[in-house]
Ligand binder design. Structure first.
Ligand code: AMP
Length: 418
């Protein structure tokens, strides 16, 4: 697979880079520009080689079904995004990009996603300059991988670089259609530095080497059904799977334990039973829980620790101290760890201990094991609690990293570059 470093002879050439600038924002206030900063090394590499860089990204989601008949103009779409507080004036995005690239780089913006205006904006690019294109999702054909749209975008450029890991599990026009066409025309397609790092870390978690054993997976979060495929894959690869979070109660129910009013994924009971049988003791479950009589943080709610059976009227909202200790012991022997999903309702201060205990156990492995946090809520927790630097890799893509694990290292937006 070509990487952006391998691209040669691109001076004066137009290169489309699919980036992930889907930044958290409220109106035009960007609360975190990490995603913009994370794309800079790839953009800079191309600029240093004298390329003309066209950047495309999605930002939020247009609800096409909610637009009335005939309401498909840019103004209609922007109107809807504004109403849902998803619109972002492009100036702040462009300004942050310029700030991150340095003053000397010329950055322009095109408010059209296709047609003569976009064509003219790309044609006006100078060597070593950047054009940021309007939100790709302003085109209804983007998410459908519309061949006409992909053809038009591909016709604008001489090469393609995929650096949007968080969107690589989606075969959209900008992530799949464009590189597919360019590849067919014999033009160079490559991955950027960000995707290269993600692929290298997550591939190691699916192509397990002897020296990476014991390999321990830690899964948490809400629903078993959301993670069935990932559990299946990990059961084949891992030495142990630790299961915490709400997910654990579905497994504990199968074992005949009382779970009170804890979250139960009823439709996954048979699946959980099958997993426990197949795992032959390799699935490790919590032995105690932090329980409460009210999920909502109302004054006077009861919170306590409970071993084994959970009484009626109470629900488990975090793993208890004995479980934290048990999990930490298993983690301490690991040579490789993959973690996805919090151990409890980490959004509430009283139920963070289990998730923090896993962070600490992984921190203690620093320098001794390869440790990966698979994005999503667990990555937010890792950052919030200040453990990001203790991990070998914290993925930027929640959905993408899970799909990459469950599909044995494959994602459409990356396979098309291969
Ligand atoms: P997921 O998206 O499946 O990784 O789920 C993450 C969500 O699961 C977070 O919002 C957590 O608050 C929630 N969660 C984790 N453990 C529990 C629990 N024991 N009870 C209810 N929700 C939980």
């Amino acid at each position: 697979m070509l990487t952006v470093k391998d691209l040669k002879g691109i001076e004066g050439k137009k290169v489309l880079v699919r980036v992930d600038f889907n930044v958290p924002h409220k109106g035009s206030e960007i609360s975190d520009d990490n995603r913009i900063r994370a794309a800079i090394p790839t953009i800079q590499e191309l600029l240093n080689k004298g390329a003309r860089v066209v950047l495309m990204s999605h930002l939020g989601k247009v609800d096409w079904k909610k637009l009335k008949k005939g309401e498909k103009t840019l103004e209609d779409i922007e109107g809807q995004m504004k109403k849902n507080d998803l619109a972002i004036a492009v100036e702040p995005l462009k300004a942050r990009l310029k700030e991150a690239l340095g003053r000397e780089v010329k950055v322009s913006f095109c408010k059209s996603t296709k047609g003569a205006e976009l064509k003219a904006a790309v044609a006006a690019l100078e060597d070593g300059s950047v054009l940021l294109v309007q939100n790709t999702r302003y085109e209804a054909g983007e998410e459908k991988n519309d061949p006409e749209l992909a053809k038009e975008w591909a016709s604008l450029v001489d090469a393609f670089v995929m650096d949007a890991f968080g969107s690589a599990h989606r075969a959209h026009a900008s992530t799949y259609g464009v590189p597919e066409i360019l590849k067919g025309e014999g033009k160079p397609v490559a991955i950027g530095f960000l995707v290269e790092k993600e692929v290298s870390a997550l591939s190691r978690c699916v192509e397990v080497k002897k020296e990476d054993r014991p390999y321990v997976a830690i899964l948490g979060g809400l629903k078993v059904t959301d993670k069935i495929q990932v559990i299946d894959t990990l059961l084949k690869k891992c030495d142990y799977i630790i299961i915490g979070g709400a997910m654990a109660y579905t497994f504990r129910k199968v074992l005949g334990e009382k779970i009170g009013s804890s979250f139960l994924d009823e439709s996954a009971l048979d699946y959980a039973k099958k997993c426990l049988e197949e795992a032959n003791g390799r699935i490790i479950l919590p032995v105690d829980s932090v329980i409460t009589d009210s999920f909502e943080p109302v004054e006077g709610r009861k919170v306590s620790v409970c071993d084994g059976d959970i009484p009626e009227g109470f629900e488990g909202v975090d793993i208890g101290p004995k479980s934290s200790k048990k999990f930490a012991e298993i983690i301490s022997k690991a040579k490789m760890v993959f973690w996805n999903g919090p151990m409890g309702v980490f959004e509430q201060a009283e139920f963070q201990s289990g998730t923090k205990a896993v962070c600490e156990a992984i921190r203690d492995l620093k320098g001794k094991a390869f440790t990966v946090c698979g994005g999503g809520d667990s990555a937010s927790a890792v950052k919030q609690f200040g453990y990001k630097a203790d991990f070998s890799h914290v993925s930027t893509g929640g959905g993408a990293s899970l799909e990459m694990i469950q599909n044995d290292g494959h994602l459409p937006g990356i396979d098309i570059i291969r």
